[in-house]
Write a protein that binds this ligand. Structure first.
Ligand SMILES: Nc1ncnc2c1ncn2[C@@H]1O[C@H](COP(=O)(O)OP(=O)(O)O)[C@@H](O)[C@H]1O
Ligand SMILES: [Mg+2]
Length: 279
């Protein structure tokens, strides 16, 4: 079906005895931005990784752009080419320049020629505001700049869909905004995006829909103002209270668990979208 870019039906995934995804049904429309939130270990990364077949589902079906990626005869490489993925750890190639980080996958996977790949690389570095870093090595860049390179590298492959797995969680707080700004631009351009994030103000501002997962299942989903602003389920409320206001969480010793990603503001779940990115 053309209008849904991603369709997930009855998705289950077990690691040994551990059932990590327990029947996920989710559609993402073309051009839609879906933010996935939920506690650590709830299966968010596994869900994203199943969509581009970094993990093999135990059961269920997944369609991307109308192609069943869980079909046994599918060309996995062709599927992955259509899906860009950005990880918490930027996963750049450390030993080559920023430009080569963008050109090597194009040349290897898409068989683009040297000049063509270089021109696409330039274009995408400009998009993320890093044209001046083309000749730098990853270690010479800040974490925020490295993550923007990782996004540019994914974009250089002309994906139909972008998957982001906690793209700002490894960043110092002052570098989060520049990465979210690039993601906001992509959303505005109409990119279909699934974003696992703890940045609630980003979710409120950019997401068309927020999905709350717990223990391998979708507990609730809807517009951000509903799920984040007035969640229906106790588990969602507890989670949001923990990340928005760690100091008020049940266990006062565990405030480090959120790793500082909560809003620095007053942040109850009914707060006015105050978040810490300054974008
Ligand atoms: N490759 C793996 N092998 C075994 N268990 C895994 C693997 N990947 C994830 N898990 C387990 O699956 C559960 C969900 O993990 P994950 O999808 O990473 O959750 P989240 O991203 O929401 O924190 C966790 O219990 C985790 O330990
Ligand atoms: Mg994860």
């Amino acid at each position: 079906m053309a209008e849904n870019e991603i369709e997930i039906r009855g998705l289950r995934k077990s690691f040994g005895e551990n059932e990590v995804l327990r029947g996920i049904d989710l559609d993402v429309a073309r051009g839609e931005v879906v933010c996935v939130i939920g506690p650590s270990g709830s299966g968010k990364s596994t869900l994203l990784r199943c969509v581009n077949l970094l993990e093999e589902p135990s059961a269920g079906r997944i369609f991307v752009g109308g192609t069943e990626v869980t079909d046994l005869d599918v060309d996995i490489d062709a599927v992955r080419r259509r899906i860009g993925m950005v990880f918490q750890q930027f996963n750049l190639f450390p030993h080559v320049t920023v430009t080569e980080n963008l050109t090597l996958p194009q040349r290897r996977v898409l068989k683009r020629g040297r000049a063509g790949a270089a021109s696409v690389a330039r274009e995408n570095l400009e998009r993320v505001g890093l044209a001046d870093k083309a000749g730098a090595y990853p270690a010479q860049l800040s974490g925020g700049q490295q993550q923007r390179v990782a996004i540019a590298r994914a974009l250089a492959m002309n994906p139909e869909v972008m998957l982001f797995d906690e793209p700002t969680s490894a960043l110092d707080p002052e570098l989060v905004g520049e990465v979210l700004a690039v993601m906001r631009m992509l959303a505005a351009e109409g990119m279909t995006m699934m974003v696992v994030t703890h940045e609630m103000s980003f979710a409120r501002e950019v997401a068309d829909r927020v999905v709350f997962m717990d223990e391998g299942a979708i507990v609730e989903q809807g517009p951000a103002e509903q799920v984040v602003g007035s969640p229906r389920h106790e588990r969602t409320r507890n989670f949001l209270n923990r990340i928005l206001d760690p100091a008020a969480a049940e266990d006062p010793g565990s405030t480090a668990a959120g790793n500082g990603h909560a809003s620095s503001g007053s942040g109850k779940e009914s707060g006015s979208g105050s978040g810490r990115e300054t974008g």
